[in-house]
Design a binder for this molecule. Structure first.
Ligand SMILES: Cc1ncc(COP(=O)(O)O)c(C=O)c1O
Length: 400
């Protein structure tokens, strides 16, 4: 929602004056947490009627591991412990969430992943351009990438696999928008083997992709969804897990107390800000606007960058976009890694008043949902300027 939204500030102040804190466990809660739970359940796909609040996305993904294991124990299949994730996924920074993630640089520090989490390769068309995706259309590559899941299930043994987790669009991994064939095939594979599907909506949730949830944009029916960030527009920390009825029913009817919870689960101040934030998104009709207006406009403006001599691929989905830098567009050849061309470009962005992130050689943006077409134009003008300055520097240094 961008900076300076007074209604969010007011909601926090009013809640602090009324009830600054009470916990949400030992069969207690606060009216504000209850109201937000009900509100989010109303926005979520129909299989979701229960919410477990956390303080962050990482805590939400930790919670997911406990929920999944508890579920399989309760239904009498305790051997189903293994969760399959993807390389270059990001699911957070705690021991469990970093293990779920597929960042090799994180795994290299401290002996990750923890046991019971395995990874398959990602549906990254550009990254696989000289390998698995070579000679394939995006759609055909999407099917190849989804079937890596089936191969991994066969390797682990279907009766040992608990769940598959993925971000609908990998955010921190570089705004990796999967081919349209990918998620439907993943859903079919999970269904075929009775495996739970977990959608990490920490980035994609609350309108980012042009629908309330990324899984709606990509046509999956997950059993669990994690969220954070957009629920409060980052004004205060809040995260959570949407628990699908398949799991909620078993946990509630057979599980008794779920021995899990954080002091700040369902913090009333955070929940009050969440309610005000959702009010604003709905009042301004922002999810429809992203889907029908600003998202397609960003896509169109980003596509124009394909004419630039240093841009090998562009990707966008709703209000998130990626620009892949490369040394030789015709050969799809990357810059030497030690040049760190993404960071060179980022410096030109920052010097120029544009906050743009570099993920390796990929520049990514995710403007607030309130962004206007005029602001997209302003942003894209700065992106182009940064690309031109990076190109000039690369030529002067002999990198091209
Ligand atoms: C997809 C995804 N999942 C989980 C997380 C972790 O959330 P947090 O940083 O709130 O713990 C992030 C954070 O960037 C994320 O992008």
């Amino acid at each position: 929602m961008g900076y300076g939204q007074e209604s969010l500030v007011e909601a926090a102040a009013a809640q602090m004056r009324t009830l600054a804190y009470y916990n949400a466990f030992f069969q207690t809660t606060t009216p504000t947490a209850t109201a937000l739970a009900e509100r989010i359940a109303g926005l979520a796909p129909p299989q979701f009627r229960h919410v477990f609040f956390t303080g962050s996305g990482s805590e939400a993904n930790d919670t997911v591991i406990r929920l999944v294991r508890r579920y399989w124990d309760l239904v009498g299949q305790p051997d189903r412990k293994v969760i399959i994730s993807r390389l270059n996924a990001y699911h957070g920074s705690t021991l469990a969430a970093a293990s779920l993630g597929g960042m090799t640089s994180m795994h290299a520090q401290g002996g990750l992943p923890i046991p019971g989490i395995v990874h398959i390769d990602q549906p990254h068309y550009w990254a696989h351009r000289h390998g698995a995706a070579s000679g394939l259309s995006r759609e055909d590559f999407g099917l190849v990438a989804a079937r890596w899941l089936e191969e991994k299930i066969a390797e682990v043994g279907a009766d040992r696999v608990a769940a598959f987790i993925g971000e609908p669009v990998q955010g921190a991994g570089g705004v990796v928008v999967p081919p349209s064939t990918y998620w439907p095939e993943i859903q079919r594979i999970c269904d075929r083997h009775g495996i739970l599907l977990l959608s990490d909506e920490v980035v994609c949730g609350f309108g980012r992709t042009g629908r309330w949830w990324g899984c709606e944009t990509f046509g999956t029916k997950p059993d669990l969804m994690t969220f954070a960030k957009g629920v409060t527009s980052g004004y205060v920390p809040l995260g959570g897990v949407m628990v699908g009825e398949r799991i909620a029913r078993v946990l509630i009817e057979q599980g008794g107390e779920f021995e899990h919870g954080y002091t700040y689960s369902g913090h009333p101040v955070a929940c009050a800000v969440g309610l005000a934030n959702l009010d604003l998104i709905e009042r301004l009709g922002l999810v429809d606007r992203v889907r029908e207006d600003t998202g397609p406009y960003l896509a169109q403006r980003v596509a124009e960058l394909m004419d630039h001599p240093m841009v090998g691929e562009v990707q966008s989905c709703g209000l998130m976009a990626a620009v892949q830098l490369c040394r030789d567009v015709a050969l799809k050849e990357a810059f030497a890694p030690d040049i760190a061309i993404g960071m060179v470009c980022r410096k030109h962005c920052f010097d120029n008043g544009l906050v743009m992130r570099a993920v390796g050689d990929r520049m990514i943006v995710a403007p607030p949902l309130i962004v206007t077409r005029a602001q997209v134009d302003e942003m894209m003008g700065l992106v182009l300027q940064a690309l031109d300055r990076t190109l000039a520097e690369a030529r002067a240094a002999g990198w091209i």
